[in-house]
Design a protein around this ligand. Structure first.
Ligand code: AMP
Ligand code: MG
Length: 488
């Protein structure tokens, strides 16, 4: 224990007060020579932390796991999950939760060190993380936040000065992850399988208190919990679809109860519009392809419902009926939000029955012409249809005229339509070749300036600023498709 209070740490440990089954006390394993390589000042400030002091040696010792701040109570959390459809026991194998930072406004955020050494859940793993993937998580999670998509955040990355053995030796790193909580569907699967009904009830009450306080007094609050998560996950996945984000590993242990995006291993943004796009090298069946994300979201929610059945009703059959009824709303909710979001992407501010076919037509033409997803909507936003890959084709010209006629059929002006589009279509996303370029400079040469410039541009994706132009360019054509790997 050190005197870390002057850094602004203000920990509570509500999760560690839950039944013992839910976690294991676990200290991070100290590292040889921690060095801070990237730090999120604005996030630190919003958490009530002293950004100056945290960046000094004493602060970095904490971010590396070498010192435990006062009142932190490090644990690794137990959870299970369906990985590519198969149920398995997991748990934090390379992460510890230091505690919950509570802000002056009463908000509570999990502070977790990822890559902090072995835990009782490590199985054969070394508990460590390597620099490249931790920087990648930092870049993409912060880009997601700027895109207004619920996500865990990244406070810092510290290199450890220790090599990590993978296929080759790689530099080790620790990421500090900030999340509304780390409760997952997999946490419920774990307790439902290995805990008592009472422990399950305690977990559900905890999740409600932490993430859905409005339903605390509902008579059927466990069913309400399920209904609320159906809503949140539907909204979240719509947001992914609207920017072309492919999560890549939508296992139930990677689906949060808070409705935040978590686990930035094999994720990537789609370039050319192709609904079957998959980036993850291990997803050979395409289970987590772009077009499958909504259905997988619903599948994951079904696993969540199964864990809650004993709390829904004592009569099992009736409990199943209640669950099915609530789960069936996912499709409709998803569709409604998707249509709303797509209308906004096209500047449409009222509703017509044909809107959906107008949208589908565009997507089909984009698919046929391998049009870049982000840049197509950007070009339409800038009223430069000539910049799209579909320009000059009969079907696109026809579509464009229909769309313009559609915009003329609403009361709001064209200017306001284009304003809405600007606010709905990011000018920039973390393009794969740009992310790779930033990681290469950082990891190979210790040059973080490329990453910092990229982060600056990604911080305001709806700005349409001149500096962003350069970052909208596509990579050189390649015959190798882009591949991602699970964060190891
Ligand atoms: P992920 O693919 O990051 O969702 O991780 C899946 C599971 O493997 C989780 O239980 C992780 O904690 C665990 N895991 C991943 N990498 C390691 C590692 N290097 N050492 C120990 N456990 C790990
Ligand atoms: Mg995970």
């Amino acid at each position: 224990m050190t005197q870390n209070n002057e850094m602004g740490w203000n920990f509570d440990n509500s999760y560690a007060r839950l039944p013992e089954l839910f976690f294991e006390s676990t200290e991070p394993t100290p590292v040889r020579s921690p060095e801070l390589v990237i730090f999120n000042k604005s996030l630190a400030n919003s958490l009530g932390l002293d950004a100056q002091k945290l960046q000094r040696e004493e602060g970095v010792e904490v971010l590396a796991g070498n010192q435990i701040p006062e009142a932190a109570l490090p644990i690794s959390q137990a959870y299970a999950g369906h990985q590519f459809g198969n149920f398995t026991m997991l748990g934090d194998g390379r992460a510890v939760l230091l505690g919950e930072q509570t802000t002056s406004s009463g908000e509570r955020f999990d502070i977790q060190l990822k890559g902090s050494g072995r835990t009782p859940f490590s199985r054969g793993g070394d508990g460590r993380a390597t620099l490249g993937p931790m920087l990648r998580e930092y870049i993409i999670s912060e880009a997601m936040h700027a895109l207004r998509i619920p996500t865990n955040r990244s406070l810092s990355v510290v290199t450890t000065g220790e090599p990590v053995i993978r296929e080759t030796e790689l530099p080790g790193a620790v990421l500090t992850r900030v999340a509304a909580s780390h409760l997952r569907i997999g946490t419920f699967e774990y307790v439902a399988n290995w805990g008592t009904r009472e422990e399950l009830r305690i977990l559900a009450d905890y999740a409600i208190k932490r993430h859905f306080p409005d339903i605390e007094d509902n008579e059927d609050r466990y069913l309400s919990l399920f209904e609320e998560l159906v809503k949140r996950q539907a909204e979240l996945i719509v947001k992914w679809q609207l920017v072309g984000f492919i999560h890549g590993v939508m296992n139930t242990d990677n689906m949060t109860i808070s409705g935040e995006t978590i686990d930035y291993g094999p994720c990537a943004f789609m370039d050319e519009y192709d609904p079957a796009t998959v980036f993850s090298s291990i997803d050979v069946q395409g289970r987590y392809a772009y077009q499958n994300q909504p259905a997988i979201g619903q599948w994951n929610l079904a696993r969540f419902a199964e864990t809650l059945l004993p709390l829904f009703h004592e009569n099992q059959d009736h409990a199943v009926e209640l669950a099915q009824e609530a789960l069936a709303k996912f499709k409709e909710l998803y569709h409604r939000h998707w249509l709303e979001g797509m209308r906004e992407k096209l500047g449409i501010q009222n509703e017509e029955d044909q809107d959906e076919s107008l949208i589908e037509n565009l997507l089909n033409i984009m698919e046929d012409h391998r049009a870049d997803f982000t840049n197509t909507f950007r070009a339409l936003t800038l009223d430069k249809p000539e910049d799209t890959a579909m320009n000059g084709t009969l079907e696109f010209t026809e579509w464009y005229n229909q769309w313009q006629a559609r915009l003329a059929r609403q009361e709001k002006s064209k200017t306001s339509a284009y304003q809405l589009m600007k606010n709905s279509n990011p000018a920039v996303i973390p393009r794969n070749h740009r992310v790779e370029e930033a990681l290469e400079a950082a990891v190979e040469k210790g040059d973080y300036s490329v990453m910092e410039r990229l982060m600056d541009v990604l911080a305001n994706p709806y700005a349409y600023s001149p500096e962003q132009e350069e970052y909208t360019k596509l990579p050189e054509p390649s015959n190798q498709p882009y591949r991602t790997f699970c964060g190891t």
